[in-house]
Design a protein around this ligand. Structure first.
Ligand SMILES: Cc1cc2nc3c(=O)[nH]c(=O)nc-3n(C[C@H](O)[C@H](O)[C@H](O)COP(=O)(O)O)c2cc1C
Length: 317
């Protein structure tokens, strides 16, 4: 495996985590994914109240990935605190776990943190900012509105000393304002990227293939967007970055590290092959042992002085 990654006061066994929404709360995938081979995972997004989610079908495959509209189905913050976190604490101590949280108002994000924060078994939070902001008439997702995003991060920051990852959207018109807003409000790292909105139609009926209509595109098709986002944001901030989107092979993960990420996440690839995340971690270690890629020489020059060292990039500066 790739050597450990020191970050947020702990050491990740390797840079590969499972992405939010693709591994439940660990227990759901523990019989098919060897979690102990990974650096950690991000839970399904947790909302204050339980959510049943969207009507089926919730996922549809296409040639270059997947479209999903799960609708944030989750048992709600109280049940996660009572049942899911103790299981993680008891079984997965060597893993570093982030609880993903979501909401429709700043207050909902804050309330979820109030419920979870003294719970066991997790290191920090990842803020899923893809929900529309219901308290503003624009209804824009928080991730596309720098002011609203800043309010969520600031509100949560005031409640917890735990590491805060702020997850950004790939369809952000300009990463500058959202990056500054997250950093100024106290983010510890940025996760890039969430799914991008999309639609698949059945050619015979002309009807959407998902029960909810449109959804979010993930998988291979998302990789160029994720890499571009990491590269752009790397030039804007020294905060650690977590790269996600379309990672299927070790070389995909290596490319994210070279673009400036310190950690990566694997999502869709594990649906078709539950061994994919473990293989990504193993192959990534092989790339590192072999001295990285032709890309390796270029990376440090694009980073600010000392950034590679501070970020703990396993490909090294
Ligand atoms: C079925 C499914 C459910 C997801 N649920 C969440 C979620 O609850 N919260 C979140 O922040 N991202 C969620 N995502 C997005 C992933 O965490 C990730 O950002 C995205 O899928 C890109 O990575 P990938 O191409 O490796 O899948 C979900 C993705 C999929 C495919």
């Amino acid at each position: 495996m790739a050597s450990g990654v020191p970050l947020f006061g702990v050491t990740f066994r390797n840079p590969v985590l499972l992405a939010a929404g693709t591994c439940g709360f660990g227990r759901e995938v523990s019989s098919v994914i060897r979690l102990e081979t990974l650096g950690g995972f991000v839970t399904k997004s947790v909302t204050l109240l339980p959510r049943a989610g969207n009507p089926p079908p919730r996922v549809a495959e296409f040639g270059a990935g997947m479209l999903n509209s799960v609708g944030l189905a989750n048992p709600g913050a109280e049940a996660v605190r009572r049942e899911r976190l103790p299981w993680i604490e008891a079984r997965l101590q060597a893993l570093h776990v982030f609880v993903s949280i979501a909401g429709h108002t700043v207050e909902e994000y804050m309330e979820v943190v109030r419920v979870l924060d003294d719970g066991p078994g997790f290191l920090g939070y990842e803020l899923n900012l893809s929900c529309p902001n219901d308290s503003e008439r624009s209804g824009l997702p928080f991730a596309l509105d720098p002011d609203a995003l800043g309010c969520v991060v600031e509100g949560v920051r005031a409640l917890t000393p735990r590491p805060l990852l702020v997850k950004l959207a790939p369809n952000t018109p300009d990463f500058g304002p959202v990056t500054s807003a997250a950093e100024e409000a106290g983010a510890d790292a940025l996760t890039l990227v969430n799914t991008v909105p999309g639609l698949l139609l059945d050619p015979r009926s002309g009807r959407p293939r998902l029960g909810a209509g449109s959804g979010g595109v993930s998988g291979r098709a998302l990789r160029p967007l994720g890499l571009a986002a990491v590269r752009q944001v790397r030039a804007l901030t020294e905060l650690p970055l977590v790269g996600v989107g379309g990672i299927v092979r070790g070389r995909d993960a290596a490319a994210y590290l070279e673009a400036g990420a310190s950690l990566v996440q694997v999502g869709t690839a594990s649906f078709s092959d539950p061994r994919a995340p473990e293989r990504v971690a193993r192959r990534l270690a092989g790339w590192v042992r072999a001295g990285g890629t032709g890309l390796a020489g270029g990376a440090p020059a694009r980073q600010r002085p000392g950034a590679g060292r501070r970020l703990g990039s396993p490909l090294g500066a």
